[in-house]
Design a protein around this ligand. Structure first.
Ligand code: GLP
Length: 242
């Protein structure tokens, strides 16, 4: 079943996302949670840190995997997704460093899928959405059967992500990303989208045909999908249940 909820604004969306993720951690403290980067989940991570500070949740038994990582940035580069996760979440909670996992191009990328399988599969995968409908770094044209692998970034993605770098030429052109199949194998998925720039992608992912041209449209087939939008991202009024 898919549950779609529209919030007045980004703060409301982030509050509810924190409620969903906290419940998962409380319900199963040993969960394997898939985290996402990008600006959208920042409000969620801020709230998870607050809940941790207040003693509401603990990360000590949790295992995490991240969706994707750029290729070609020096270790510790502030725009690397591992640095992003440290800065916004991991540095502030009691997660064990050995429980944090990122896909990597240094070894066979699909070993990441094996590792996820060996750990019992992802319980909850958090996702943002690219303006071109990408999830993780699965760009339009990605196979719905894809596993973790090295990909070339679409020029629209490089353009979108240039705001985080000094110059567009500094944006990596490749990344390693969980595949669509890897993502779809998660037991539950929480998709977050905020702002008018996501409205078209939200509409085509949730109301258009399921096609590899729109990677996020695969989510329509997921058995347990929660979508949290703000009013701007849901300006075409996607139905609350599909
Ligand atoms: C990047 C990430 C995605 C993310 C997307 C949207 O390209 N690879 O996982 O969902 O950006 O980012 P934002 O939330 O900043 O719009």
């Amino acid at each position: 079943m898919t549950f779609i909820q529209s919030h007045y604004d980004y703060e409301g969306l982030s509050d509810f996302a924190a409620y969903v993720v906290s419940n998962q951690i409380k319900y199963k403290p040993t969960s394997l949670i898939g985290f996402a980067t990008g600006s959208t989940p920042v409000g969620l991570y801020k709230r998870l840190v607050k809940r941790y500070d207040e003693g509401d949740i603990s990360f000590d038994q949790l295992t995490t995997v991240n969706l994707d990582e750029y290729i070609g940035l020096p270790d510790g580069h502030e725009q690397s997704y591992s640095a992003f996760m440290q800065h916004h979440l991991f540095d502030h909670v009691n997660i064990r460093p050995e429980s944090i996992h990122f896909p990597s191009a240094d070894s066979e990328p699909s070993n990441f899928d094996l590792m996820i399988q060996q750990k019992g599969g992802i319980d909850l995968q958090i996702l943002g959405l690219g303006t071109n409908g990408h999830i993780g770094f699965n760009e339009p044209g990605s196979s719905f059967d894809s596993l973790t692998r090295v990909v070339d970034l679409a020029s629209s993605t490089i353009q979108d992500n240039a705001r985080f770098f000094d110059h567009i030429d500094d944006v990596p052109t490749q990344a390693v990303t969980m595949g669509i199949k890897t993502i779809m194998n998660a037991r539950k998925i929480l998709l977050l989208a905020s702002g008018a720039s996501k409205a078209d992608a939200v509409f085509s992912c949730l109301s258009g045909p399921e096609t590899e041209d729109v990677p996020g449209s695969c989510l329509q087939s997921h058995p347990e999908l929660t979508v949290l939008l703000d009013d701007e991202a849901n300006k075409y009024y996607v139905d609350s249940m599909i």
